[in-house]
Design a protein around this ligand. Sequence first.
Ligand code: ARG
Length: 458
Amino acid sequence: MWGGRFAEGPSAIMREINASIPFDQKLWKQDIAGSRAHVAMLGKQGIVDADDVAAIDAGLARIADDYAANGVPVDPALEDIHMTVESRLAELVGPAAGRLHTARSRNDQVATDFRLWVRDAIDAVDAGLAAFQHALLARAEEHAATIMPGFTHLQVAQPVTLGHHLMAWFEMVRRDRSRFADARTRLNRCPLGSAALAGTGFAIDRHATAKALGFDGPTDNSLDSVSDRDFALDYLMSATQCALHLSRMAEEFVIWASQPYGFVSLPDAYSTGSSIMPQKRNPDAAELVRGHSGRIAGCMVALTMTMKGLPLAYSKDMQDDKPPVFEAHDLLALSIAAMTGMVETTRFVPERMRAAAEGGFSTATDLADWLVREGNVPFREAHHITGRAVKLAENEGVALAALPLEALQAIDARIDDRVFGVLTVDASVASRRSHGGTAPDQVRTRIAEARAALGAAA
Ligand code: ARG
């Protein structure tokens, strides 16, 4: 491609370090789409004549069919996907193929191809996350009133419902989708026609190619266009945040599936056995989602480090942008699918959850709140009185609700038998009707709103 200036070819090592075709072959569809848009525009602008445009376009269409059927041939001598396609085009249509690269460079070409690929990746992730949200809504609806312990510091804190907990996960996913949507909006400008770095003297129409490729318009600075990889970093940062959420959910599955908890029984389809301990049922899928999140964050750091300190405009370091994005995308797509499957198929064990919620004096706050409401006791004092009641119950080895009225009245005479109405886990949960609270009617309202919003977006 640059034989005019060079007397000798590259060494084998140069060829190997220089080649991106082993991984950028993934961009073949985007590369061909970009070239077809470019050559059509060159024809319209009278830069390449109609016969050559037709020959080039037919050749590109044929290459696309061939790659779809047989895969991309990998020849490291051809360096990257751009040269692989162009050299094949030359074999198919002869010297006219040489006109395709008019008014462009591989620098704007790769920036365009990669944006198109990342855009598709965002759309695929978004579809996966939407399916995950539907799974969460279905299970949350089923368990809108199923009592479980809510934790802080992983200590039983107050009773909540499983539906409320699953809707907390839903909110995390809602933010993830909005983060990817933001990334997509910023991504969707077309660098094609920025050429090597300075733009071109040919009378090209960048608005036309941008439109043909589904972009909102062309980018506005040619130097920035060929050196910008923010879109890839935006993707990786959004992916990292999403993976962190999935990892936290996965961790809860791991805890819940552990025998001392027994909150869930994982289905055969998402667990594995042990080759030595016949009784084992391991939450491997959840553990791998948790593990993959670390690798995804690693991909984000890898590209961050690659880009750090690069001067304008293109530098070959940037060829290393693709492997971390490809790797993170595969890991994230699989993690979303695995979490969706687990949420859809896990058997929750309400009896175990309720028993755990009834332990740990989880309604102590309700007793304190009752003293404030019914006895006009300042909250700090109510907290203290309740602490003494908890201590007594602990010494007696009973739940708060099982303490005799006389024992409670000995602690504070303002307590009367109406207090027992607030000490059960069901009463506690039902009372938490503040917006976003855990009362089943609140949870059901949030589910209905979420479902409507999802439907409207779809
Ligand atoms: N394979 C290259 C990459 O992925 C294409 C751009 C090459 N540009 C250059 N000036 N050598 O970055």
